[in-house]
Design a protein around this ligand. Structure first.
Ligand SMILES: CC(C)[C@H](C(=O)O)[C@@H](O)C(=O)O
Ligand code: SF4
Length: 753
């Protein structure tokens, strides 16, 4: 376990070193996963895979599930069951599938009747499931949120969800260390959301690619856990695999006494370990960014990428200012989509909707900060008549806590809609959506085209800025309300919220005690692989001249409701291929002959596949017939999802991509040869060499399935678990009565601890 390594290490190095079960010569490690969060969108196909292979959930004690993306946020007063409550058939089916799967596989589940239900990234920390020093994953890109506790937390695709359920491990290559320090005094009115939006503006949406970001400096040290979570949450928007803040007293005080936090002696032991979790003096970072707190002012996005930020005092940019043609085209496209004219003042932009919620900003502190602004607007002030504003607490417990503080009254009196917990209008997989053309100030994390509803326009802001916008009906500099907000703040009563977390909330049935699973009990490793071999793929190649092609664009949310991996070919680039108003085919490249039969895509812009972890993006390419994509860079989760599906992401330089795109536009066919690691062209021009990761190349050439490979290491996993129980006993999951939950499959046991 903790090995004495002399060189100074970063926080990331330490957590990484402590979780390696096995490592290959090329650095590919089998990493043990301490905590696995599960939601209804990215898990059905994973449970189905387990079922088909006769596998069980290896560590139900370290797995926690809830429903969030699909749930309607209307009152649950009349809730009887998911079957009667959720009208939309596909949303209903996904929630029902999770309910059946957690029962069958014995996973703890917070359903819609449970006040602990909420957004997956809210409930983990709230329950003390998220702890410092752990590895934490979820089939969701915003898993980076949990890094706020000094853990290594990252999003994965559905195939990896299945891998973790079956083996409690993941195959991972170590990323780079990046440190972003923000020091100094934040000006008044500037919040954690402004800080992270500013950071993304500085480093760009691909700035963190390949790295784990450690947030350091006096500003983060001074932040509450809620504020740290908002920052780490959006690390994925900066392209990073994960973000983290070293744990300190703020962290420990937040965790102490939470239902699943270690108690008594285990607490003392855990605390001693957690205090070692910081980057050592002299530890090496591959990249360092320093930002002055004084340079940050309330920030808002104007475009369709989270890097499209500007201070609220600024104006909408003019595409003419951009020398780079790809960049200029992308700004033009954004402004057209957003319905904005260059050079207008941001504060002159009027709104239709305001959304306060999402895993970025739906915690108690966010709601308080919004309420303070509402109060500051005056005792009788109302939401502007042109605006419809909604507040969606992140969990049932946050809702209860806010109501105990009277925040709901403040909001409702001013005309806000006060809702039940869920992802809501962050991505609109449920009824909360923007209508085409509607403009929204939103506290969520993504402003991609169509994100909050087809044709909807999103401006990302902090909760305080959202509240200010709701009251004025326009994007507004929150600092105009500050004096009054300070007075309002003194009138608000706050409470710790701990009383809602006790066991008394809901009775927890005594856990069943299935026998621990040993290597000998594990199903055979040689279950047939379903991964397609990739040797050479050749054929029609479609050129794409775009940067930051995000997964919301590749496959919009309405297609994520499937329980299958197939049949998604028509969904590929749906909003670009179909006119949203008429449903008719557009002239998008993939609708045009010969490209409608493309097997290869070549994209000229960076950061292909950024955004969500939805593996559906790859399933839709596959179903369309595309097996390989060539681009200057890929978002990490997309890249790893591709290879889990027998598909190959090929990285070439920008110039090479441009050259190949020109060839493809002229009808030249390409052949991507993984064996020879080269791209050949039908016009006889010289082949272009590329490099594939040796292990992944081997797997793709042979159609090997990661789970089967990992199961060959069953005894190494088992001995790691023995050492883990001895060294970090608090990581063997605790139940709601402080009892340890037994390890092992519980296919027939009831849900809940
Ligand atoms: C549905 C899920 C895969 C997705 C994610 O990975 O982020 C969603 O939470 C989102 O925010 O787009
Ligand atoms: S980003 Fe939005 S949709 Fe995704 S998990 Fe968070 S709240 Fe849910």
């Amino acid at each position: 376990m903790p090995v004495a390594i002399a060189r100074p290490r970063t926080l990331y190095d330490k957590i990484w070193d402590d979780h390696v079960v096995d490592v290959k010569e090329d650095g590919l490690a089998l990493l043990y996963i301490d905590r696995h969060l599960v939601h209804e969108v990215t898990s059905p196909q994973a449970f189905e895979g387990l079922r088909n292979a006769g596998r069980s959930v290896r560590r139900p004690d370290c797995t926690l599930a809830t429903v969030d993306h699909n749930v309607p946020t209307v009152s649950r007063k009349n809730f009887a069951s998911v079957s009667t409550f959720i009208d939309e058939p596909d949303s209903r089916a996904q929630c029902q599938a999770l309910e059946e799967n957690v029962k069958e596989f014995g996973v703890t589940y917070f359903g819609m009747k449970d006040r602990r239900q909420g957004i997956v990234h809210i409930i983990g920390p709230e329950q003390g499931f998220t702890l410092p020093g752990i590895t934490c994953v979820c089939g969701d890109s915003h898993t980076s949120t949990h890094g706020a506790f000094g853990s290594l937390a990252f999003g994965i695709g559905t195939s990896e969800v299945e891998h973790v359920l079956a083996t409690q491990t993941l195959l991972q290559k170590k990323g780079k260390n990046m440190r972003i320090s923000v020091d100094g005094e934040l000006p008044e009115g500037v919040t954690s959301k402004d800080v992270i939006l500013h950071i993304i503006g500085v480093i760009g949406t691909a700035g963190g690619t390949g790295s784990v970001i450690e947030y350091a400096g006096s500003v983060f040290r001074g932040f509450s856990m809620e504020a740290r979570m908002s920052v780490c949450n959006m690390s994925i928007e900066a392209g990073a695999r994960a973000g983290m803040v070293a744990p300190d007293d703020v962290t420990f005080n937040y965790i102490r006494n939470r239902p699943l936090a270690p108690k008594g002696e285990a607490w003392d032991q855990a605390l001693a370990y957690w205090k070692t979790l910081h980057s050592d003096e002299g530890a090496q970072f591959d990249a360092e960014i320093n930002i002055r707190a004084e340079d940050i002012i309330p920030t808002v996005t104007w475009g369709t990428s989270p890097q499209d930020v500007a201070p609220i005092t600024g104006t909408v940019p003019d595409p003419a200012q951009f020398a780079d043609s790809v960049k200029r085209a992308s700004v033009e496209r954004s402004l057209k989509y957003m319905g904005l004219t260059p050079n207008i003042r941001l504060e002159d932009i009027t709104l239709d909707k305001v959304f306060i919620g999402s895993c970025t900003n739906s915690r108690i502190e966010d709601l308080r900060s919004a309420a303070r602004i509402v109060l500051a607007a005056g005792p009788d002030a109302k939401v502007a008549p042109n605006v419809q504003a909604m507040i969606v607490p992140g969990s049932g417990l946050i809702k209860q806590h806010a109501e105990a503080e009277g925040l709901d009254v403040i909001f409702k009196r001013a005309g806000f809609d006060w809702r039940e917990a869920g992802c809501s209008m962050c991505l609109g997989m449920n009824p909360d959506q923007l209508a085409p053309g509607e403009r929204c100030a939103s506290t969520s994390n993504r402003n991609f085209e169509g994100r909050q509803g087809a044709g909807g326009r999103t401006h990302l802001v902090s909760p305080a800025m959202a509240a200010a916008a709701a009251m004025t009906g326009k994007l507004t500099d929150v600092r105009k309300f500050l004096g009054a907000a300070a007075t309002a703040g003194t009138k608000m009563k706050t409470s710790s919220g701990f009383e809602f977390l006790t066991d008394a909330v809901l009775p927890s049935p005594a856990p069943e005690t299935p026998a621990p699973q040993s290597a000998a009990d594990m199903p055979p490793a040689e279950t047939p692989s379903s991964v397609q071999k990739f040797i050479v793929v050749s054929g029609i190649t479609a050129p794409l001249y775009m940067e930051n092609v995000d997964t919301d664009m590749i496959i919009p949310k309405q297609f994520l409701k499937t329980l299958k991996r197939t049949g998604l070919g028509n969904a590929l680039f749906h909003t670009l291929r179909r006119n949203p108003a008429t449903g008719e085919e557009t002239d998008f490249i993939l609708n045009r002959a010969p490209y409608s039969k493309a097997k290869i895509i070549v994209c000229t812009g960076e950061n292909f596949g950024c955004g969500s972890s939805r593996e559906h993006a790859l399933w839709s390419f596959n179903d369309f017939g595309v097996r390989t994509i060539i681009a200057p860079s890929f978002a990490e989760i997309f890249r790893s999802n591709a290879m889990q599906n027998g598909m190959l992401p090929v990285v070439l330089s920008k110039e090479e991509c441009k050259e190949l795109a020109e060839d493809a536009a002229a009808g030249v066919e390409l052949a991507v040869d993984l064996e020879k690691e080269e791209v050949r062209r039908s016009n006889g021009k010289p082949a272009i060499a590329f490099k594939a990761d040796p292990f992944r190349r081997h797997c793709l050439l042979n159609g090997l399935d990661d789970i089967a490979l990992t199961l060959q290491k069953a005894s190494a996993i088992e001995s790691f678990e023995e050492r883990r129980s001895a060294t970090w006993p608090w990581l063997d999951g605790f139940g709601y009565k402080g009892r340890k939950i037994s390890v092992g499959p519980a296919r027939t046991s009831k849900m809940d601890w």
